[in-house]
Design a protein around this ligand. Sequence first.
Ligand SMILES: *[C@@H]1O[C@H](CO)[C@@H](O)[C@H](O)[C@H]1NC(C)=O
Ligand SMILES: *[C@@H]1O[C@H](CO)[C@@H](O)[C@H](O)[C@H]1NC(C)=O
Ligand SMILES: *[C@@H]1O[C@H](CO)[C@@H](O)[C@H](O)[C@H]1NC(C)=O
Ligand SMILES: *[C@@H]1O[C@H](CO)[C@@H](O)[C@H](O)[C@H]1NC(C)=O
Ligand SMILES: *[C@@H]1O[C@H](CO)[C@@H](O)[C@H](O)[C@H]1NC(C)=O
Ligand SMILES: *[C@@H]1O[C@H](CO)[C@@H](O)[C@H](O)[C@H]1NC(C)=O
Length: 404
Amino acid sequence: MGHVGLRWGWGCCVPNPLLLLSLLLSAAPFGLLGEETRQVSLEVIADGLDSPKNLLHIRAVGDNSTLHYVWSSLGPPAVLLVATNTPHSALNVSWSRLLSPEPDGGLEVLPKESIQFSSALIFTRLFEFDSANTSDAAAKPPGKPYPPYSLTEFSWNNITDSLDPATLSATFRGQPMHDPNRAFANGSLAFRVQAYSRSGRPAQPPRLLHTADTCQLEVVLAGASPRGNHSVFGLEVATMGQGPDCPSMQEQHSIDDEYAPAVFQLNQLLWGSLPSGFMQWRPVAFSQKQGSRESALSCQASPLHPTLEYPLPQSPIVRAFFGSQSNFCAFNLTFGASMGPGYWDHHYLSWSMLLGMGPPPVDALSPLVLGIMAVALGAPGLMLLTGGLVLLRHKWHSEYQSIS
Ligand SMILES: *[C@@H]1O[C@H](CO)[C@@H](O)[C@H](O)[C@H]1NC(C)=O
Ligand SMILES: *[C@@H]1O[C@H](CO)[C@@H](O)[C@H](O)[C@H]1NC(C)=O
Ligand SMILES: *[C@@H]1O[C@H](CO)[C@@H](O)[C@H](O)[C@H]1NC(C)=O
Ligand SMILES: *[C@@H]1O[C@H](CO)[C@@H](O)[C@H](O)[C@H]1NC(C)=O
Ligand SMILES: *[C@@H]1O[C@H](CO)[C@@H](O)[C@H](O)[C@H]1NC(C)=O
Ligand SMILES: *[C@@H]1O[C@H](CO)[C@@H](O)[C@H](O)[C@H]1NC(C)=O
């Protein structure tokens, strides 16, 4: 576990027909459900004070439900996820409470009875490791740790300036408040948030399939001076536990697909049984803006642990919504290893994930892979089975053509 083989290659293997069959079967229902759309709005909620206290509310309204994503850089960067079963639920913010030492009740989604699911993610620390003397690519940690950057001690841009209602996106860009070595003099850590009103797939790898129920987060470290020649970076992520347990982490395997060549895995964090929330990502990061095979790094996730043993930086928005509950769980993501491409190549690192509520999107197979399978299996039975997919091919085909 843990080690991701980044074997880039198009001369695709055709494994066990049973696996292919089960992939086909699991791929079919998603497409047949069709695409749901939502009315998505992004709003920056201002506090009327001088320094920006970024609070971004993404409201995604469907026929019978509303999803609320509340992103903030108050304290460590964090997001609240709240799903309600009415198209009329609303976010209520009390800034005086939110900014007080006891923010409980400062954020509410009303009516309270409509809430079907709620949770949160908090991005607490940026790690940097010196992997120079680490020859084992799967070593954990990937080298000698430098002192971590606490994201609570970052200052962030005014989110209003990056808000783009046309693309439903906004970017939190930050630097350490105290940066004695001027490591971030020309650099920043950015959290680019993107909402969607319908399903689709972005042009940039890893091309995660999204739906109107999801948001994408892209984390980009760019231009910061590393503290060594072989710095590997990592990110600590905390979330709410479910009673005494931590949310579950899943690894799904898929065959080599053109949407994410040679990344055979989809990682998922599930907060509970459905309807629930999820975080979904491919275990890959990129060392260049134009993500490609050459710039792909593996991304490793540690297991989730309860954080009772060590203090977690407080997120005012999480406290404001959930009160002073304390069962948090955390895990680490590390990007790259001592070998292969790394941050050192271009002083650039990007990693993306989806955050959503409801059933997680299930990756359908691309036309190329379907074609390979049809040739490889050639069985009339398979053709019958895929008959139902023919209607969908049209859509996939046009999507495929828009790639290159
Ligand atoms: C943030 O930027 C917007 C638009 O440029 C501006 O109206 C607002 O006053 C700024 N907020 C702060 C606190 O500087
Ligand atoms: C919304 O609710 C109505 C009435 O309960 C139902 O008929 C309809 O199918 C629901 N729509 C969706 C998209 O779930
Ligand atoms: C790595 O190895 C070199 C040579 O053996 C040594 O000089 C250096 O201090 C080591 N660096 C770390 C971080 O251990
Ligand atoms: C930042 O960039 C400027 C101009 O490109 C350069 O002169 C300066 O040395 C850089 N500073 C750091 C700390 O990298
Ligand atoms: C980085 O590499 C350069 C050239 O290879 C070397 O001179 C320098 O000492 C290295 N720095 C560190 C911190 O290892
Ligand atoms: C993440 O990694 C850091 C540095 O190796 C370690 O101190 C911390 O305990 C790890 N956190 C989790 C949740 O594994």
